[in-house]
Every structure is written in structure tokens, then in C-alpha cells.
Design a protein around this ligand. Structure first.
Ligand SMILES: [Mn+2]
Length: 374
């Protein structure tokens, strides 16, 4: 029986691109959440922790970030760690793990060759990569172990072919052939590289391959992120894969369509329902009457004070009040011509912000122009 924690893609040092001020929060949380993984390992009495690559964002990572991670490793001296470098922290002359600070850790072993490693009651088969762009099946080196009575675990960092957008081996970088578990007879294949937690079956329908995904979500477009996996293999073929939450930030991304002014009430209700979220992204689509725009802006401005990050993807088409559609009788040729010019500009304008300004100018023109006549 072997019981271990699988994790990957911590991407420490990641800039958190496009998140603005919240990038800092995300970066700090990603470091703190590593501790959750080791707490789980301790609570569940795991034999070891298996890191499946991309622990750091790149090999030029600042030493301060490296020290933050090593400090957490040092908090758990009794937990053995096996670390397979990925494509971000790739093996080579400038690999981050070549730094002397890593050599002093007694509980860390870097998996830098394909040599099988005997541990506890199992054998690890690491599949380290030497090129970020390899198109060859990266689990090729795993030997056939069908007749061996030991538990065998493959460890790799890449994309499982056929379960991804592309179905041919050559179409994807770092391809992992899913049939390798059936071909070699390994009991389990631990994978890193994808940020989502995913489980895949072998040809007999048994869960045999899994990505833990990142331990802390990094962006709005990730699903099922923020877990580590507790893997239990009780003898040949008897495997249990349990995802355990390690992430702290709750991300919510919603699309919202508008039809009429009732939309504002619906939007308010929706925003109230997601109070416990940290990071909120809202995509607004459809038509919005100009007269609702100010109320919407006020509502959205308030939301920026509720969450750690609040962002709006504004695809709204601001519609003109019906009163603006027909031409006004100002009784003054200069004002009438101004109205024609503004309407011409409005019909040619594509930038929604500028559209609003022109519409507001039209509304003011009508109000003030009519007033002038009276
Ligand atoms: Mn990767």
C-alpha cells in the first residue's frame, strides 16, 4: 500500500498578468497555499509528496521567492518530497534546482533522470523533459512492468494527447500518450502541466491517470483549480484518487445579458448572491438604454470595494432614447444642423465610450435647445 500527495503547477513568481493590483494578492496567496498541501500530507499521513513540475514560473526566479518555498519545505522536515521539473523550471545548466540552497534540503529529491526510484512499497518512474517543445511521447522511457509485483507510478509533465484540443501526438508540445499505462502496466500516472484537476481512465475503465491541477487558481479562465490529490494504491490495480481543496481564493466569472431596465435588479441580485467570492469577473452583453447607464456605473463602482478583484468586460450596446431618434424642431438652423452633425458622428462611432459622450451631448442639446426656444 502506498499513500501520497500529488501536486503541481505552483508557478511561484508568476506575474499574475492582467490582474492589476490583485496580482500581488494572487502571488502571495499562491505561496501561502503551499502550506495547505503539507498540512494535508501530515493529516492524511502521506508517505511522501510528489511535485509534478512548474513549481517556479521560470528558472531566473528571484532568490527571495525560492527561499519562501524552501521555508515551507523546512517546516515539514519529516515529509519526503520528490520533485519532477516541468517546462517552466526545466532541467539544464540554469535550472533553479541547481542552486546550492536546494542541495542542503534533506527531505527533497529532484527527479532529474529516467532511472526508476524505489521508495516505500513502490517504484517511481520519472519522465523528465529536456526541451520545452518536444513532440515525442515523454513517457517513452517507462519500462514494461506488467509482471512485476511492486506498485509502479509514472511521473510526467505534459499534455495528455486526445484529451486535449489536439488528438495527434505531433500536434502538441510535451505529449503524453494515454495508452502508456496499458502498454507498460504501471499502476498510476501522475501528471502536471494542466491547471485543472482531471482524472482519466485506462482501457478497462479504471481511473489510472490524473492531473492535480494547480494548488491555487491563477486566473478566471481556469476551472476545477485549487486542489491537491491524495492517491492511495492498495496493491496492484486498487487505486483511490481524492481531490482535496488547498486553494483559498474563490474566483467567479459570469456572463450577463441585458434586455431591459429590469436587468439592473437582476444584476444586483446576482452580485448579492456571490458575496463570498474574492475575484469576480462580469461580462455584460446586450443593449442598455442610456438612461440606465449611470445607475449601472454606480453599482459597478461599489462592487470594486467588495471584492479583492472586480473586473467588467463591457460589451454593452448603449441605446439611444426614442426621443433622440426623430429630429427636433429647435426653430434655429444652427442648433438643427448641430443635431444632424452629432447624429452623423454617432452613427459612424464604434467606440462605446465615445458613443455615450455623443449621446449625452445630444440629450443636452435637445434639453438646452428647447429651453432656448421657450
Ligand atoms: Mn507546464
Amino acid at each position: 500500500m502506498v499513500r501520497f500527495i500529488q501536486t503541481s503547477d505552483w508557478q511561484i513568481g508568476m506575474k499574475g498578468g492582467g490582474l492589476g493590483k490583485a496580482g500581488q494578492i494572487v502571488r502571495e496567496t499562491r505561496v501561502k497555499s503551499i502550506d495547505n498541501i503539507f498540512k494535508v500530507a501530515q493529516d492524511k499521513k502521506a508517505d511522501f509528496v510528489l511535485l509534478c513540475g512548474d513549481i517556479f514560473e521560470h528558472n531566473m526566479i528571484g532568490q527571495e521567492d525560492v527561499k519562501k518555498v524552501i521555508s515551507i519545505f523546512n517546516k515539514y522536515p519529516n515529509i519526503q518530497i520528490y520533485l519532477l521539473p516541468g517546462n517552466h523550471d526545466i532541467l539544464g545548466a540554469d535550472c533553479v534546482y541547481n542552486r546550492p540552497i536546494f542541495q542542503q534540503l534533506k527531505n527533497l529529491l529532484i527527479l532529474n533522470s529516467c532511472e526508476p526510484i524505489e521508495i516505500f512499497n513502490a517504484v517511481l518512474h520519472p519522465c523528465p523533459i529536456l526541451s520545452k517543445f518536444t513532440k515525442q511521447n515523454i513517457t517513452e522511457a517507462i519500462p514494461i512492468v506488467k509482471k512485476d509485483k511492486n506498485i509502479h507510478i509514472g511521473v510526467a509533465h505534459g499534455s495528455l494527447v486526445g484529451k486535449f484540443a489536439t488528438s495527434n501526438l505531433e500536434g502538441v508540445n510535451l505529449p503524453v500518450d494515454p495508452s502508456c499505462v496499458d502498454k507498460t502496466g504501471i499502476d498510476y500516472l501522475a501528471l502536471g502541466h494542466w491547471h485543472s484537476f482531471r482524472i482519466f481512465k485506462d482501457t478497462k475503465g479504471v481511473d489510472r491517470i490524473a492531473y492535480s491541477g494547480t494548488h491555487e487558481q491563477t486566473n478566471y479562465n481556469e476551472d476545477n483549480a485549487g486542489y491537491c490529490l491524495l492517491i492511495e494504491i492498495k496493491g496492484k490495480g486498487k487505486i483511490k484518487i481524492e481531490p482535496i481543496k488547498t486553494g483559498q481564493l474563490k474566483w467567479i466569472s459570469t456572463e450577463f445579458g441585458t434586455k431591459d431596465r429590469l436587468f439592473l435588479d437582476e444584476l444586483k441580485k446576482h452580485l448579492d448572491s456571490i458575496k463570498d467570492a474574492d475575484m469576480v469577473r462580469l461580462e455584460l452583453n446586450g443593449d442598455l438604454p442610456l438612461e440606465c447607464k449611470e445607475e449601472l456605473d454606480n453599482l459597478l463602482e461599489f462592487q470594486t470595494t467588495v471584492y479583492k478583484d472586480f473586473r467588467v468586460v463591457d460589451n454593452l450596446n448603449i441605446t439611444i432614447p426614442p426621443m433622440l431618434e426623430k429630429s427636433t424642431d429647435f426653430g434655429d438652423p444652427a442648433l438643427e444642423q448641430t443635431e444632424i452633425n452629432l447624429k452623423q458622428l454617432l452613427s459612424n462611432e464604434t467606440d462605446p465610450e465615445k458613443k455615450i459622450i455623443i449621446i449625452e451631448a445630444l440629450v443636452r442639446l435637445q434639453r438646452l435647445g428647447k429651453g432656448a426656444k421657450a
